[in-house]
Design a protein around this ligand. Structure first.
Ligand SMILES: Nc1nc2c(c(=O)[nH]1)N[C@H]1C(S)=C(S)[C@@H](COP(=O)(O)OP(=O)(O)OC[C@H]3O[C@@H](n4cnc5c(=O)[nH]c(N)nc54)[C@H](O)[C@@H]3O)O[C@H]1N2
Ligand SMILES: Nc1nc2c(c(=O)[nH]1)N[C@H]1C(S)=C(S)[C@@H](COP(=O)(O)OP(=O)(O)OC[C@H]3O[C@@H](n4cnc5c(=O)[nH]c(N)nc54)[C@H](O)[C@@H]3O)O[C@H]1N2
Ligand code: SF4
Ligand SMILES: [Mo]
Length: 666
């Protein structure tokens, strides 16, 4: 059998955006091969992707359009042709637009495929239609806003720059799950005697790689950062000359710091004052400490302020000027690699429409004014907060729902029409990374099975049927790909001929690291005080919290990525039963032992878990690991049923870690 090796890029929502190769027999993917020379992943593929062929060739894939025959969510469908499905959809949409206007149509898209054309082409379609617009803030928008409120467009460290750091603070990141490619640097640093400190409410996964574990109460990291800055000033570790020269508002901010003593912070964070003193001093002495910041602590009612405070802390001792010093995990790229406007076509929208925040999708689609919902590259029936509201909306007989999917997800079960979707290796696209300075492309490696179609091809078909005549919708996928590459941004224009050629054929290009020492803000200075904000002076604000005694957080699982891979039995089985980690003291107080069936409850729902009793979690905290399909849950509900749909202080982002619950034996 003759086979061929083709280049591929991981399309999932991870900071690394790993590159790899696939071996094909001309028909199917038969093997996934890591790329040792890849600039970011360097031959390391996570366990989810090591046998990607199992996911791509799964016999559970949807291969034909399906039309509902039974009740909503009943899972009864009949096969249909694309022609019938597309005519049905466009027919209903035209009726709805005639009767109620285009804002009666909503869409939902998130992280299923992160490559630029396939992810964003739906924006162009719904902009053209004039449908409701979607506020896509399900993940880490509060983090981005908190960071840029201080340093504007100045970039954070690319993970490849932390090799030069002399102290590592892993601040709320389960790197074993979400940034495995940086783990060799952590392991090597520890071996070389550099210290690794973990700041986490839930340290189970990372504890063995760290020298010191600081367990913190969820949502209180801002208080820790402030107390550290109090100590840095008190003991002369703050680089005051640097701050006076480079930052707006240092003197005023410094005056407020005396309030934020380690003893004050102990009361809020649960971390002993002495530990805070020592941590701050250790940080103050380091020449090039790297704060590796996850997104977990931004998913709170105070999330943007928390990240703002940690960003200020990272600047407080002047270490951004030293190689390896600074913050890693925010935005390492300070320029644009792809001209996104060519894809999402914001210019198609004639007037502003009703905005739907994805975190509040349930409330939005319960509203009878919404007559149709189109879902692609997302699984809101599992991934969005306040699941009961989402399901109530999806259950409506009078909401015409179309789901473009690869598998029969919980969301797809509620569809009137399901359209079969492709995998990344069956489509052509451009891949930016949000964690590394790389730009990649991959051409289609194999033809899709059955009648699966990419998002691009599907939207072009729907546009044709709707009578949308713009040239945009007439291009083939390859033509669109080449059109975007032929209209490069300034950063891409600077690449060599060979690199540009590589992008055309499918390849990974290493872009230069950014300069972390030029402040790309409106004043050209670091914004400690930012007059443009309602909260111009940074301070500690409380998270939303709630009336129940236990704080609930949701954390990533190493075997799955949100609900992607939950249809792969090898990975799901290894992940095991839906678990809730709780501290042994909290368990004891409730008569709960390890592996007991427990009910976690609040005003929104009751969700059953298996108890995981541990010392590696802050007291008064419960951590739900992974996102589950309903059939894999214990009582039909996942943890998101316990999440309110409140938004963050800035960035309109998720606050999925900011809920309270109580727990009892089942
Ligand atoms: N409890 C809990 N909830 C969470 C999280 C958590 O850790 N715990 N994480 C949160 C975060 S950070 C995020 S980003 C969100 C993710 O939320 P979502 O993006 O809604 O959820 P996913 O589970 O990633 O679902 C993506 C779906 O897209 C489909 N898909 C993949 N590729 C394609 C394609 O090319 N075309 C089409 N049409 N479909 C495709 C996949 O089959 C999958 O069903 O979840 C959030 N919710
Ligand atoms: N294996 C795997 N990989 C993934 C994902 C996955 O689900 N599984 N998800 C993908 C997605 S969608 C994203 S957005 C990225 C990043 O995904 P994220 O969900 O941002 O993951 P992490 O950055 O590892 O950060 C989560 C960590 O924050 C901690 N945390 C929660 N609250 C607090 C707090 O108040 N303070 C502190 N200090 N820590 C807190 C949690 O305990 C957890 O360890 O990863 C991607 N990669
Ligand atoms: S899921 Fe994340 S870590 Fe795994 S291959 Fe894809 S980008 Fe890399
Ligand atoms: Mo995410």
């Amino acid at each position: 059998m003759s086979t061929e090796i083709k280049r591929a890029v991981c399309p999932y929502d991870c900071p690394t955006t790993c590159g790899f190769f696939v071996e094909t027999d001309g028909n199917k993917i038969i093997k996934t091969i890591p790329d040792k020379n890849h600039p970011a992943s360097q031959g390391i593929l996570c366990r989810k992707m090591r046998k990607y062929e199992d996911s791509v060739n799964s016999d559970k894939r949807i291969l034909k359009p399906l039309i509902r025959t039974g009740k909503k969510s009943g899972g009864e469908f009949r096969e249909a042709s694309w022609d019938e499905a597309v005519k049905l959809i466009s027919g209903r949409w035209k009726e709805i637009i005639d009767e109620n206007g285009p804002e009666a149509i909503a869409y939902c898209n998130y992280s299923g495929v992160m490559s630029d054309i396939q992810r964003n082409c739906g924006e162009a379609f719904f902009n053209y239609m004039g449908a409701c617009s979607l506020v896509k803030t399900l993940c880490s928008t509060a983090k981005g806003v908190g960071y840029s409120n201080v340093v504007g467009k100045t970039s954070s460290l690319d993970p490849r720059e932390i090799k030069d750091s002399d102290l590592y603070i892993i601040w709320g990141s389960n790197m074993m799950a979400t940034s495995i490619q940086s783990m060799p640097d952590i392991i090597n640093a520890k071996r070389d005697g550099k210290k690794i400190i973990l700041v986490e409410p839930y340290a189970e996964s990372m504890k063995q790689y760290c020298d010191e574990i600081i367990l913190i109460k969820p949502g209180t990291d801002g208080a820790l950062a402030l107390a550290m800055m109090n100590v840095l000033v008190k003991h002369g570790f703050a680089d005051e000359e640097f701050l006076r020269e480079n930052a707006d508002g240092y003197e005023e901010f410094k005056e407020t710091l005396s309030e934020y003593s380690p003893e004050w912070a102990e009361g809020i964070t649960g971390i002993p004052a002495k530990t805070i003193e020592n941590f701050a001093a250790e940080y103050g002495r380091a020449k090039a400490p790297a704060i590796i910041l996850g997104s977990g602590n931004s998913r709170y009612g105070n999330g943007a302020m928390t990240v703002r405070l940690i960003t200020i802390l990272s600047l407080f001792t002047g270490v951004w000027m030293n190689k390896g010093g600074g913050i890693c995990g925010c935005a390492p790229i300070d320029t644009s690699y792809v001209n996104l406007k060519l894809i999402n076509r914001t210019d198609f929208r004639q007037k502003p429409a009703k905005r739907i925040n994805i975190n509040q999708l349930g409330t939005a689609i319960k509203d009878k004014e919404i007559k149709s919902l189109y879902v692609y590259g997302g699984n809101p029936a599992n991934s969005v907060s306040n699941i009961k509201a989402v399901l109530e909306g999806l259950e409506r007989e009078d909401i015409f729902t179309v789901v473009h999917e690869r598998f029969m997800t919980d969301t797809a079960k509620y569809a009137d029409v399901i359209l079969p979707a492709t995998f990344s290796v069956e489509q052509t696209d451009i891949y930016r990374s949000y964690g590394y300075c790389t730009l990649q492309t991959a051409r289609k490696a194999v033809e899709p099975p059955g009648e699966c179609k990419s998002n691009w091809d599907t939207f072009c078909l729907l546009a044709k049927e709707m009578g949308y005549e713009d040239e945009y919708f007439t291009r083939t996928e390859d033509e669109m790909f080449e059109f975007v590459l032929n209209n490069p941004t300034k950063a891409v224009e600077k690449l060599s001929y060979r690199e540009r050629q590589e992008l055309f054929n499918g390849g990974s290009v290493n872009m230069p690291f950014s300069d972390h020492t030029v402040w790309k803000t409106d004043s050209g200075k670091i914004k400690i005080v930012n007059e443009k904000l309602a909260e111009s002076m940074p301070r500690y604000i409380e998270s939303h919290g709630g009336e129940y005694p236990i704080k609930l957080i949701s954390v990533p699982d190493v075997h799955t990525l949100n609900t992607v891979f939950t249809n792969n039995p090898n990975l799901s089985n290894k992940r095991g039963t839906m678990r809730l980690a709780i501290h042994s003291k909290d368990a004891e107080a409730r008569g709960i032992k390890n592996k007991d069936r427990i009910i976690c409850f609040n005003d929104l729902a009751e969700v059953e878990f298996e108890a995981f009793v541990t010392e590696n979690i802050a007291k008064g905290t419960a951590a739900a690991v992974g996102t589950f399909r309903s059939e894999q849950t214990l009582n039909g509900l996942g943890v998101n049923a316990l999440h309110h749909d409140r938004l963050s202080d800035m960035g309109e982002a998720t606050t999925m870690n900011d809920n309270t619950v109580d727990i009892r034996l089942a």
